[in-house]
Design a binder for this molecule. Sequence first.
Ligand code: N01
Length: 531
Amino acid sequence: MGSIEECDVVVVGAGFGGLYSLYLLRQEGFNVKGLERGTGVGGTWYWNRYPGARCDVESLQYSYSFDPELEQEWEWTERYAGQPEILKYAEHVSDRFDLESLIEFNTTVEAADYDEITSTWTVSTNRDTYQARFLVAATGCLSTTNLPDFEGLANFKGDVYHTGRWPHETVDFSGQRVAVVGTGSSAVQAIPVIAEQASELTVFQRTPNYSVPARNEPLDAAIQAETKENYAELRQAARVERSGIISIFPPNEDSAKQADDSEFDARMDERWEHGGFGFYRAYADIGIDQTSNERIAEYVRGQITKIVDDPETARLLAPTNTIACKRPCLDTHYYETFNSEHVNLVDISEGGIEEITVTGLRAAAQDFEFDALVFATGFDAMTGALLNMNITGKGGHTLAEAWSAGPRTYLGLGVPEFPNLFTVTGPGSPSVLTNMIMAIEQHVEWIRDCLVAMRQQDFTTIEATATAADNWVDHVNSVADQTLYPTCNSWYLGANIPGKTRVFMPLIGYPPYAEKCQQVADNNYEGFCLG
Ligand code: N01
């Protein structure tokens, strides 16, 4: 049994959300404690060390904006930063602002209980126990890995990996027969790199995914210098963009279905060649009009057919569902990889993985032998990490009970019956549908302002009202219902986890959201109950 330590705020997670929370709250004089289950900072970028892991948001924009000196001094080397570089950046931020001294590593939260009499949280970990007025959950949206319960998995005598829990030691697949299960963003990045090493690579695909070339390249020094000169304007422009990302292609209101053939082809070709998420924003109605969406989807299918030599493999790789309904992918030579002799694609859309065997796996009525299995099977997104903390609020009710019909928050920041708990980029906020670091900064600054305002006014508790949360959940759903997003089985809906309640979890639209948060703060935290 460890000791009990008291502080003002416990921050769980030392990714970008946790680091910034520690920085800002300490700056305001709060006694803060960070708890992190890993041995270092970085969150997503600490865990996802799989070959090819890279951020799909361009490096100059996937970075903190809060400190101009930090912005100027850090030099990115590629258009999209790879995982090692982003991890170094997180470590640099932690060192530069001396944040590590505030964090307990190797510390997993096992329970968090709210005491209504003292208005404090008791946070129990595998090591010590902490008591704090406030609990900030900066646990990330994609941090609880999903490893399906495959029959026989424990029997496999080779090596087993999950992309989201990759070992710290170098994994060398040279000369090995490797299986990759899954074809989401992680797999799309990992497959081409694993294929460079493995003697044989077999990809098990349940649902094909649309992917667009990232066109990663060394970062042009002139572009970096120019961006740095105009960083403040660029960041501000990003904050009024739904995606939170500035592209060389300005936003438009055009409809794909109305474009004539030559205009459409020219625009799509240009964006395909340029690479990146700008492709998915070529036409404003991709996400709301099925006919327009299908026209863009057909363009990508055409590209797959051009790239992939074997017609049957090309057919299997070509998705038929709504494009950009699941989180869109970017890649570096993903489809090209299937032209290599030693790379095979197995369609498991009918029967899935039937069984893991001692020497491999059985799928599509065949036995396969492997030295290593790589599961790129995703995450229990948005709610997984929060629920894993076993949070108990007022009246002894657990968060799992409160969210049995899906997550219920106000602004993705507060939960009724769970006073003084803040969720950074929680369900009900734009988070994963915008630039995460921008969303994190906005949330953490809001939480900082809130705690400072409470201190000034002598309030010790804040709790989202049930009405505000109910209205907010309705709002999140009604915005989603105006789009094609709820029409496919994405993790945004929780559809990738068997038994998980299907509710569209992120809010679409960052700029109106940020305005709403500001308005709530300006109206003395309207929709929250201060005590
Ligand atoms: O996970 P996913 P991910 N049997 O859930 C398959 C972010 N990210 O780790 O589509 C067989 O997208 C599943 O098949 P299906 C990004 O937001 C960011 O790839 O359900 N297969 C799917 O193919 C992304 O969206 C970046 O039919 C099974 C795959 O596994 C999010 O992380 C890079 C299965 C899971 O795909 C998650 O991406 C990478 C089963 N039982 C990721 N269960 C950057 O920006 C699941 N699958 C850097």
